[in-house]
Design a protein around this ligand. Structure first.
Ligand code: SF4
Length: 668
């Protein structure tokens, strides 16, 4: 037995260091390591139990080629193939389609759930760029938030999670660390023990909301007016930091003008809050220092999402919360000034080919022009993660669509594939990953042997680059060569030395404080409170509010948050039992629904049949059907994405997962 060091690249802010016990190439036990202070020896259950994922019956072990009808079933529909045969079939189809219909008839479809810079698509990206394929706009999460943060502050990290220990007020806005980013929880607990106050802004009474001094259970999609009302009140009551605004920001007068319509009363009515609670929040925020806002991704998933994030991130500037440890904001800490990127390994510029928004996959497959003839899915499970599920499945069911899926386990998307390829999981290949909460970077070697014939993304796309003649002299092809390219510059050399010595790298400034250790990375080093480019792109202009899309027929807001077992559809095969949709008791009573009843949730896009769970932790008017369900979790094989519209956020084209409006009834 050997105990080996690794790091967790799952889509989670914490980027834990791991200690992995391996016997004969097989993972026996995984636990938290100590190379990252934030991990501090403990990790979540999903990664502690990852052996169930690696060696479970759903693991794809060999290449498979379709032999039966494309009807969404699995049994008897595939035969085992060799890698050579499968890659030849794929290469032949790609070549034929590119030569006849053009590269844009090929659509790579990928996300990055459990991948870092090496396997998120280093060679895949190079391959599809050189092929002239359509581009996949990765809009399912964080694009509007990232654009808002970069536009206001430039590419700088926010407050380090460790620094929350120094905060006297912590605001969790659209963020549930008990499910996503568990290592913040003990830090918050310690801060509370030291006298800090906690405010949670979330439609649900999350575990931390139950312990909060103030919980603002906003209606989904109303974070924008709430944040604008706080801004308005800070100005109106003379508690805006005018000196800081004059010296360090641009656009304060315009922000104030745009916030003006949102009185506390008007915002509270729109968000379903009491005036008193919203006023208490303003007082707490204005009067407490250090105060930090942990901005989550929950608030971006609606029609107002981009502006909502921008308004929330403007708050610490208006209230003058920077310059002290434990003050400011945290959105993504991925922009920690690493000075290296995956592009160095890809070494091929992005072509100006057609861009397909992931949110609109259904229409791209059913109506798009040029017609998509090859869909190549990797690091993604679109039947369960993309809005307008029924339309996505209609597209995948096309007999004239050739679909390749490179996957670790046999997902619902594999059921629609023409070729399924077995993929390695993160303990089975080398990976480079930097955190977007924890500011650390790891280069982790493979520690386990892949079961069956699983191959990494780079192995697959390296072979395809060669088969299609897209390989060029001097290309970095192996993981070692790609890693060398990524760490080739001065900044990379510094990181490489740290990695070699300590097994982990830190950014140039650890625990940076804005306006003490670094300035905003905007052109004039000021916070831009109404960035012109964002204002031009935002539907209706930045900070414009679009009203709730609910109707008399579909009045309830459906949200689908992450849970501790799943922050994406990854590990869905391990989640047992039928899904339950949570309803507020009053909403259930009004519909004659009791706990455990079968219910039908529906709107004009589709329906989901599952169990009802009455919960005092859900506010009225809201239905919760959690993220990551697979078809076997509901009675009709549909998940929340069957009800989620393919509409986009006010800017950046982000997914509006929380804009589904539905009706619920007892199911016979
Ligand atoms: S807490 Fe997050 S980073 Fe840590 S092991 Fe779990 S998923 Fe990975």
């Amino acid at each position: 037995m050997a105990t080996l060091q690794s790091a967790c690249p799952l889509d989670c802010p914490d980027l834990c260091s791991l200690e992995v016990e391996v016997v004969d190439g097989r993972v026996k036990r995984v636990d938290g390591g100590t190379r990252t202070p934030i991990t501090d020896g403990f990790i979540c259950a999903k990664v502690r139990n990852i052996a169930d994922h690696l060696y479970g019956e759903d693991r794809v072990r060999h290449p498979m080629i379709r032999v039966g009808a494309k009807d969404g079933t699995a049994l008897g529909r595939f035969r085992r193939a060799t890698w050579d045969e499968a890659l030849d079939v794929i290469a032949e189809r790609l070549r034929e389609v590119r030569d006849r219909a053009g590269g844009e008839a090929i659509l790579p479809f990928h996300y990055g759930g459990s991948n870092g810079w090496l396997t998120e698509g280093a060679l895949a990206t190079r391959f599809f760029r050189r092929l002239g394929a359509s581009r996949c706009l990765r809009t399912l999460c964080a694009l509007p938030s990232g654009m808002a943060a970069r536009s206001l502050y430039g590419a700088v990290p926010g407050t380090a999670l460790e620094d929350y220990a120094d905060s006297k007020l912590i605001v969790l806005w659209g963020m549930n660390p008990s499910a996503t980013g568990i290592h913040l929880v003990p830090i918050i607990e310690r801060a509370i023990e030291g006298g800090a106050k906690l405010v949670v802004v979330d439609p649900r009474r999350t575990p931390l909301a139950r312990r909060a001094h103030l919980h603002l259970a906003v209606r989904p999609g109303t974070d924008l007016p709430v944040a604008l009302s706080v801004i308005r009140e800070l100005f109106a009551s003379g508690r805006a930091d005018e000196g800081f605004l004059a010296e360090h920001t641009r656009g304060a007068d315009e922000l104030r003008r745009r916030a003006e319509p949102w009185t506390i009363g008007k915002a509270a009515a729109e968000a379903g809050l009491s005036d008193l609670d919203l006023g208490r929040f303003v007082d707490l925020y204005a009067e407490t220092s250090p105060a930090v806002i942990r901005a989550g991704w929950g608030m971006e998933r609606n029609r107002n999402g981009g502006s909502a994030v921008a308004a929330v991130l403007a708050l610490p500037a208006v209230a003058g919360k920077f310059g002290v440890r434990g003050g400011g904001y945290t959105m993504s800490n991925g922009e920690a000034g690493w000075g290296v990127s995956a592009e160095a390994g890809i070494a091929t510029p992005e072509p100006a080919t057609r861009a397909v928004n992931m949110v609109e996959l259904g229409s791209a497959l059913t109506d798009g022009a040029p017609r998509v003839e090859v869909l190549f899915v990797y690091n993604c499970n679109p039947t369960q993660t993309v809005p307008d599920q029924n339309r996505v499945v209609r597209g995948l069911a096309r007999d004239d669509l050739f679909t390749v899926v490179h996957e670790q386990v046999f997902t619902d998307t594999c059921r629609w594939a023409d070729v399924v390829l077995p993929a390695t999981a993160f303990l089975e290949h080398r990976e480079i990953r930097r955190g977007y909460g924890s500011m650390r970077l790891y280069d982790s070697a493979a520690v386990a042997t892949p079961p069956g014939e699983a191959r990494s993304n780079n192995q697959v796309f390296g072979a395809l680059l060669e088969k299609l003649g897209l390989w060029r002299d001097g290309d970095a092809m192996t993981d070692d060569e790609l890693a060398a390219a990524i760490f080739s510059g001065d900044a990379g050399g510094r990181l490489r030395a740290q990695l070699d010595q300590h097994g982990v790298a830190t950014p140039p400034i650890e625990r940076p404080r804005l306006f003490v250790d670094l300035a905003p990375a905007t052109p004039d080093r000021k916070i831009d409170l109404v960035p012109a480019a964002l204002d031009a792109e935002a539907r209706g202009g930045l900070y414009h509010y679009e009203a709730d899309p609910g109707t008399e027929r579909h009045p309830l807001a459906l949200i689908s948050p992450a849970i501790s077992q799943q922050i994406s559809s990854t590990f869905g095969q391990l989640r047992k039992g039928e899904a339950a949709a949570e309803l507020a008791p009053a909403d259930a009573r009004a519909r004659g629904i009791s706990d455990g009843d079968a219910i039908r949730i529906w709107n004009e896009l589709g329906e989901v049949v599952c169990r009802a769970k009455l919960s005092a932790h859900v506010r009225d008017g809201v239905v919760v059907l959690t993220k990551g369900l697979w078809r076997f979790h509901t009675r009709n094989g549909q998940s929340s994405n069957a009800l989620i519209p393919p509409t986009t956020t006010d800017f950046a084209g982000g997914a509006c997962y929380n804009d589904a409006r539905v009706q619920v009834e007892r199911h016979a």
